[in-house]
Write a protein that binds this ligand. Structure first.
Ligand SMILES: Nc1ncnc2c1ncn2[C@@H]1O[C@H](COP(=O)(O)OP(=O)(O)OP(=O)(O)O)[C@@H](O)[C@H]1O
Ligand SMILES: [Mg+2]
Length: 252
């Protein structure tokens, strides 16, 4: 079998006496959309924080293209081609949409954090061009010069995806990209994810089951920090344990 793009092996995270992520072993194959679902507090965001280097693992290991990444700093992991968007909106509200994306592109090229780059911030036309391409793909070119903080919620969430895309990832992990969105914005976001999936491997945490069932090639179900099951959506949705743990109950 081909090496998976991302491989989690017995990944565990404890916060004091809480085991938020409990020995999760999961392969993420290239070119697929894997949706991570599970009840509130199941450990999904914590798992993403481990994958992206924000938290140190208590135990286990993570490999990207067969190389360990679980000891790396978040910025170094981004440099390896793994970018993320957050459950909570995360950008510089006083900068324009274009500047936010451009800073991310520049951070990727220089290896500096966007925060460090702001210290010696100067205009660079090459990253401006890359940033415009990203905004175009997100259909945000018309608000390129607007302050990020003044955009509509849906636009802010898409901008945030743009910031991740500016890092030119092979693997994009998205934490609830439709959170807080109107039904129309949710449909737009679903279409965006489908578009991105054509050339980027995606791991997405998503509560909206309509979105999940349409975009996902595989479903991974997390309950109480553990991986309950993983497989094609049509199989997983019929699993009795999954229906009990999640699908039959509240979905948000
Ligand atoms: N930094 C932290 N310190 C202590 N406990 C934490 C921390 N982050 C998460 N937890 C705990 O870990 C568990 C899993 O939380 P997590 O945010 O990963 O769940 P989730 O599946 O993303 O939930 P949701 O669907 O509500 O976003 C919870 O019990 C939470 O309180
Ligand atoms: Mg979460």
């Amino acid at each position: 079998m081909a090496t998976p793009l991302l491989a989690l092996d017995s990944v565990t995270k404890e916060f004091g006496s809480i085991r938020a992520v409990d020995e999760v072993t999961l392969d993420i194959p290239e070119s697929e959309v894997t949706a991570v679902i599970g009840p509130n507090g199941a450990g999904k965001t914590t798992l993403f924080n481990l994958i992206t280097g924000r938290y140190e693992l208590t135990d286990g290991q993570i490999e990207l293209r067969g190389e360990r990444i679980d000891q790396l700093e978040p910025q170094d992991i981004v440099q390896q081609g793994l970018a993320r968007s957050f459950q909570i909106t995360n950008f510089f509200p006083d900068l324009t949409a274009l500047e936010n994306v451009r800073l991310a592109a520049q951070a990727q090229r220089t290896g500096l954090t966007p925060g460090a780059l702001l210290q010696h911030y100067d205009d660079q036309s090459e990253t401006r061009e890359a940033a415009r391409d990203v905004l175009k793909r997100l259909d945000l070119l018309d608000i390129a010069e607007e302050q990020a903080g003044s955009l509509a919620h849906g636009q802010q969430r898409h901008l945030e995806i743009g910031i991740a895309l500016a890092c030119d990832p092979d693997l994009l992990v998205m934490d609830e990209p439709t959170a807080g969105m109107s039904p129309d914005e949710t449909v737009e976001t679903r279409e965006l994810v489908e578009d991105l999936a054509e050339d980027i491997t995606i791991v997405i945490i998503e509560h909206d089951m309509d979105v999940v069932m349409r975009v996902a090639d595989r479903l991974a179900v997390i309950e109480n920090g553990s991986l309950l099951t993983v497989g094609p959506p049509s199989v997983v949705r019929e699993d009795e344990r999954v229906q009990q743990a999640y699908l039959g109950g509240e979905t948000a």
